[in-house]
Every structure is written in structure tokens, then in C-alpha cells.
Design a binder for this molecule. Structure first.
Ligand SMILES: [Ca+2]
Ligand SMILES: [Ca+2]
Ligand SMILES: [Ca+2]
Length: 279
């Protein structure tokens, strides 16, 4: 008995996991069980060149991740941080001696999702926002920092959840700054009533340091993330005089980016309402 079955492979582009994601998943579906090829069986190619072989990344210029679902008769390749250079590239999967159809990545709105990172350079994506941490030495008082963000169609960051707080800690850690970072929280209007500067809404989440906010000295009405707390950087919040100088983080929503900064080729076919509304 011949020890393998040649199975037809179908390669498709799957939905991005994020609403306007910069990741894409390619799904390689085979029609039945393949009883062969314990080694060098699964292969991914980009423009004819191997990028992944049996889960081992051959091309290290990008981040790829392969998952195998034997029960479902498919394996998938997730590509991270899609950029302009990925569009127009041709992808293929191979299993044993079978090779799939070719799939070209296009900047389209498949499933109502743009396969493109909408954040400008120097801005980092998390959920539906882009974030800009000010650079080393780019320190301002609270009002000047807020004005800077406004000038970039954004506002001082509003931290609404533990997840966003954790993301912020990682983002700020990468800057290696020893300065604290302004966030949008302030009680300028009413002492003790903390609001976000951008949306003018009362805080629904907070991460104050122990004993803060304490409105110390002549009064402290503006909040910053603590990065030089002793011992170590713990990223809790402290209120300061709004006139003091700190780094800062701006946040803008993805929808603000897509209507002001980027232009797109109009897609064909049927679109979801929210996609049409962004144009
Ligand atoms: Ca936010
Ligand atoms: Ca205060
Ligand atoms: Ca304080």
C-alpha cells in the first residue's frame, strides 16, 4: 500500500482578529487525512521562498506563527505587523507533495477589516487606539502636553481598563525614560473630582499609588504615571502640580486616524456600515 494520500489544499485569507487589525491569518485546508510525510510536511512560501517549515520559521524578517489543527484538517499561519511591503506578495502552503493555490495579500476590506496597520509611524497600536509616548527629553507641563496631543488629532491618554494600564506599562518601559508620564486625568475643575482631559468624563478606572492622590503642597491637580518610584518602576498614578514637567502619552482612536491621515482604494463588493462610515 502506498504510504501517503495526496490531498487537495485550499488556501484562504482569514479574518483578522482585531477590528482594524494589522495581523492576518492564512488558512491551509486539506481535504482529508494525510498519512505521510512525518518530516518536511508542512511548508509556507512567500513569493516562492520558504518562510516556515514544519513550524520552524525560515524567514526571520517578520513574525510568523503557525498553528496546526489536525482534527479540522487545516493549519494556519498568522502574520504580524502587516505593512505596505506585504501587499502584493503571493503566499502558498504545501503539505507533503501537495501545493495549494496562490493567495495574494491585497490592501482590501475583506470581512470589513482593513489588513493594514492604521497607526502612523512612532504610534503604537492597542485595541482600537494608537499611542504616542513622548521621546527622551520631550517633557512638558500638563497643558502644553495636552496641546501637543490635540495638535496631533489626539488627547492625553485615557486609561480605562487594567488591560490598557498593562499595555501602557510595557509601552513606557520601552522608552527607558526616567521621567514620569502625564496621563489625561485631572481634578482642575473640582478638587477631588477626577476627569479625563480629552473626553471630559469622570474616571471609570484608576491605578493610584498608595496614598495618592494627596493634593500635596499648594495643590496637585494633574496625574502622571510614576516610573521612578522607589523601589523600581511600578507605574502607579500620582497627582502633581500641573506646572511640573514630565513626559506624556497621547492616544487617538483608530477611527480618527482613518478619516484624517490615510487614504484607501475603494473596495468592491459589499461593505459593513461602519466601514463605509469611516470613509
Ligand atoms: Ca484609552
Ligand atoms: Ca487636586
Ligand atoms: Ca501627589
Amino acid at each position: 500500500m502506498f504510504p501517503f494520500v495526496i490531498s487537495a489544499l485550499t488556501l484562504t485569507v482569514e479574518t483578522s482578529p482585531f477590528k482594524y487589525g494589522n495581523e492576518v491569518t492564512l488558512k491551509c485546508l486539506y481535504s482529508g487525512p494525510i498519512t505521510c510525510c512525518s518530516s518536511s510536511s508542512r511548508v509556507w512560501r512567500r513569493d516562492g521562498t520558504y518562510i516556515m517549515s514544519d513550524g520552524v520559521q525560515v524567514d526571520n524578517t517578520k513574525k510568523y506563527e503557525e498553528t496546526v489543527n489536525a482534527a479540522g484538517h487545516f493549519f494556519e499561519l498568522k502574520i504580524f505587523n502587516l505593512g505596505e511591503s506585504d501587499f502584493g506578495k503571493v503566499f502558498q502552503c504545501q503539505y507533503g507533495f501537495s501545493t495549494s493555490n496562490s493567495v495574494t495579500l491585497t490592501k482590501d476590506f475583506t470581512h470589513g477589516h482593513s489588513l493594514y496597520d492604521l497607526c502612523p509611524s512612532n504610534w503604537t497600536r492597542f485595541a482600537d487606539s494608537c499611542y504616542y509616548p513622548s521621546t527622551h527629553g520631550q517633557v512638558h507641563n500638563f497643558h502644553t502636553a495636552a496641546t501637543f496631543c490635540n495638535g496631533h488629532n489626539s488627547h492625553l491618554v485615557e486609561l480605562d481598563s487594567p488591560e490598557e494600564q498593562v499595555f501602557m506599562e510595557k509601552l513606557i518601559n520601552k522608552t527607558n525614560s526616567l521621567h514620569d508620564f502625564w496621563i489625561g486625568a485631572n481634578d482642575i475643575d473640582h478638587e477631588g473630582i477626577w476627569k479625563w482631559n480629552g473626553s471630559n468624563t469622570v474616571l471609570n478606572y484608576s491605578h493610584w499609588c498608595t496614598g495618592e492622590p494627596n493634593n500635596a503642597l499648594q495643590g496637585e491637580d494633574c496625574a502622571a504615571l510614576n516610573v521612578n518610584n522607589i523601589p523600581g518602576k511600578n507605574f502607579c498614578w500620582n497627582d502633581y502640580s500641573c506646572k511640573s514637567y514630565h513626559n506624556f502619552v497621547c492616544e487617538k482612536s483608530i477611527s480618527a486616524v482613518s478619516t484624517t491621515t490615510n487614504t484607501y482604494t475603494l473596495p468592491t463588493g459589499t461593505l459593513e456600515w461602519r466601514t463605509v462610515a469611516r470613509k
